[in-house]
Design a protein around this ligand. Structure first.
Ligand SMILES: [Fe+2]
Length: 210
């Protein structure tokens, strides 16, 4: 009996403490934070948001390619792994830019979900690709991403001399883009050369190498 009474008292005490700890600040109440430190312009912010969508979009495309090569009827595990890795990298690029944007106090009032939603694109490449056309598509995609980063750099430099962002994009993003694109271009050359001498066997051998 004493045990039951003790437990009841304990549970009541816990309930009271929990009620005290409940947050009573309404969710829509905004803290009054000085805004002077937020110095990215709207034009630059919008361009950065667009780049986030581009990175996430590239991640989806790589995922689609990886899934294609993973199928039992295609069975190219090397290509699948290469494109799964690329999809993870592009997603990581998107995340890094989101972190940058929020570090600079980027305005997300129009909805966070819009930041990572990618406009639906009609299928724009042949889904039944072989190794060569997949690598070719990857090089073209990386070239488009590089072009888009360069445009973002230009926008943020011209609009507000935002050298911190420009430096980050030039030093981190462009460096990775150039290296990654060169790697893909090299792979494409090797596979094409192998196909010239080994015909259809080349893709099988190349996939093993990957
Ligand atoms: Fe990227």
């Amino acid at each position: 009996m004493k045990l039951i009474v003790g437990l009841t008292v304990l549970l009541s005490a816990v309930a009271l403490i929990s009620a005290d700890l409940e947050c009573s600040i309404p969710l829509d109440e905004k803290a009054e934070i000085p805004q002077g430190w937020i110095n990215m312009t709207q034009v630059c912010t919008d361009a950065l948001k667009k780049q986030i969508q581009t990175e996430i979009g590239a991640s989806y495309e790589y995922l689609e390619m990886a899934a294609y090569f993973s199928q039992d009827v295609v069975n190219r595990p090397g290509f699948a792994e290469l494109f799964f890795k690329s999809a993870r990298e592009e997603r990581e690029h998107g995340i890094k830019l989101i972190e940058y944007l929020t570090m600079r106090g980027g305005n997300l009032q129009e909805g966070v979900h819009k930041l990572i939603s990618v406009p639906y694109k009609e299928e724009k490449y042949e889904i039944k690709f072989d190794g060569v056309s997949a690598l070719k598509h990857a090089v073209e995609m990386e070239t488009a991403v590089t072009k888009s980063i360069r445009a973002l750099i230009e926008t943020c430099e011209n609009d507000n001399n935002d050298y911190h962002l420009v430096d980050y994009l030039t030093g981190v993003y462009l460096e990775e883009q150039h290296k990654g694109t060169r790697e893909l271009a090299g792979k494409l050359t090797t596979l094409k050369k192998m196909e010239n001498s080994h015909g259809k066997l080349a893709e099988f051998l190349f996939d093993k190498q990957l």
